[in-house]
Structure formats: structure tokens, C-alpha cells
Write a protein that binds this ligand. Structure first.
Ligand code: 3DU
Length: 250
């Protein structure tokens, strides 16, 4: 992919297909060859209805990074950016090893968790991302029901009290992240995050469909991109499912 800022790479891809759908390619199969084939087939069959692909660690575990890197290449051949959902959250030196590996595999952006803080944690991720022209998306609020126990936890910052997801959003702004991730299952949280980031940052929203999130509501409340997995790849015909979702988002 070109060396544009990641948000521009996404905008170009999204304008080309007129889609805001990021496919979560979370397929599974014990047979590695069959799994690779299905990933490539799924990608090809839905490419015109999506704007990017997101890969999770479970695919890296199943296939190994060299094989995943081939899938990233397939995505790039279809002019689709590839996001690594690594949820990076370790100390700096191991974050560096992981980030360097995902860069070498060709990913355009990596998802990380701001929970480590900057020094000796996220600084390593951002340093490599900036050097290599890659994006970093920060987790602001997960989509699962239990997420509220932690992401809505009230924290004290100076004299002020605020839920921790607002602090994460603030960190994303300060660290000049390329986007934040907030679940479609909580449109009111997306709205709040949008009010904090203004127009300066993209919001990526997982949890559409199978997890109960409504894509249209997420978009209306300020999300820019919808991350969708099972609703597409779990359908009898992923291409038709992707087309239906694409049409319903117009
Ligand atoms: O529920 P789906 O099958 O559409 O998958 C959602 C994807 O988004 C999946 O890859 C998961 O790892 C990711 N994700 C969430 O579901 C929720 C989050 O808060 C962050 C990422």
C-alpha cells in the first residue's frame, strides 16, 4: 500500500468501494491449506462490498505469520488495507518485537490497547508505526456485555472524575492515534467518543450483527467504519450477506 497516513489509505479504499465495512476474517479450520484457501476465497468474494480486512491473532496462531502475510498480500492485490487486531498491551520491548513482525508481514495498521500507558508501553508501538508509516488504532470500549465493568469504571484525573474509556480516548488524541475502536453495541458511547474526538479521528466499530449491534445506529452516532465478521463469513453465501449489509448501510 502507498505511504499515505493510514486514515487516508482507509478513506481512499472506502471511497473506491463506497463501503464502510471492514471484514473481520476470523475463519477457523484445522487444515491449514483449507483455511488459507477459504480466507482467500472469502476475501475475493466480498472484496467489492468492503473497504478493508482485519485479521486476528487466532489466524496467526493457526497459520503462522508467513502464511498470514500472503493473505495480507491478497488483500492488497484487491486494493484493500489490512489491519492486525493484535490488541497489543505489553511492555515496550515485546511490543516492539510484535509490532516489527506485523510490519514485516505487511499490515497497514495494528490495534493496540492504551492500558499500558505511554512510557515503556505504547511509546514503542507508536515509534515503529511512525517510522514505518503504519497506523495505530486504540481500543476505547469493547463490544461485549461485560466490557462495561472496566471501560465505564470511574477514574480520577487530577480533580476530575471520568469513565476510563474517556481517558483512553484522550490518550488516543494526545498520542495522535489513527483511530479508536468502540463497540457498535453501545451507540451512546460512540456518540460520546465522537463528541470528544470531534472530526479529528476515525471510529471503528465492531459488534455489528451477530453480537447485536446495529450498523446504521453506530454510523448515525459517529462511527466511521463497521467491523463485521460472522454476519458475513458465517452466512451460507458470504458474498450475498456482504452485499445485503452493504446495501442496507447506504
Ligand atoms: O462479532 P463478529 O463476528 O462480527 O466479530 C467481531 C470482530 O471484531 C472480531 O474479530 C473481534 O475480535 C473484534 N472485536 C470485537 O468484537 C469487539 C471489540 O471490542 C474489539 C474487536
Amino acid at each position: 500500500m502507498a505511504t499515505l497516513p493510514f486514515s487516508d489509505i482507509m478513506r481512499v479504499a472506502s471511497e473506491r468501494t463506497r463501503s464502510r465495512i471492514v471484514l473481520a476474517l476470523d475463519l477457523q479450520n484445522d487444515d491449514r491449506e483449507a483455511l488459507t484457501e477459504r480466507c482467500n476465497e472469502t476475501l475475493e468474494s466480498v472484496a467489492k462490498y468492503i473497504c478493508a480486512v482485519k485479521i486476528n491473532r487466532q489466524l496467526v496462531l493457526a497459520l503462522g505469520l508467513p502464511a498470514v502475510s500472503q493473505i495480507v498480500r491478497e488483500a492488497h492485490e484487491q486494493s484493500l488495507p489490512a489491519i492486525m487486531d493484535a490488541k497489543l498491551n505489553d511492555v515496550g520491548h515485546t511490543n516492539s518485537f510484535m509490532m516489527e513482525a506485523y510490519v514485516r508481514a505487511g499490515f497497514d495498521a495494528v490495534i493496540a490497547s492504551p492500558i499500558t500507558g505511554w512510557e515503556g508501553g505504547m511509546d514503542a508501538v507508536f515509534e515503529i508505526a511512525r517510522r514505518e508509516d503504519r497506523g495505530v488504532l486504540l481500543l476505547a470500549y469493547m463490544s461485549n456485555p461485560g466490557a462495561e465493568h472496566f471501560y465505564s469504571m470511574i477514574t480520577r484525573v487530577g480533580d476530575e472524575q471520568r469513565p476510563i474509556f474517556e481517558s483512553f480516548t484522550q490518550m488516543a488524541i494526545e498520542w495522535r492515534a489513527d483511530g479508536v475502536v468502540a463497540g457498535a453495541t453501545r451507540p451512546e458511547i460512540i456518540k460520546r467518543i465522537r463528541s470528544l474526538v470531534g472530526s479529528s479521528m476515525e471510529i471503528y466499530s465492531p459488534g455489528v450483527g451477530t453480537q447485536g449491534g446495529d450498523g446504521r445506529r453506530a454510523l448515525c452516532n459517529g462511527a466511521d467504519y463497521l467491523i463485521v465478521g460472522r454476519t458475513i463469513y458465517g452466512a451460507e453465501n458470504p458474498s450475498i450477506a456482504a452485499r445485503d449489509l452493504y446495501e442496507s448501510m447506504k
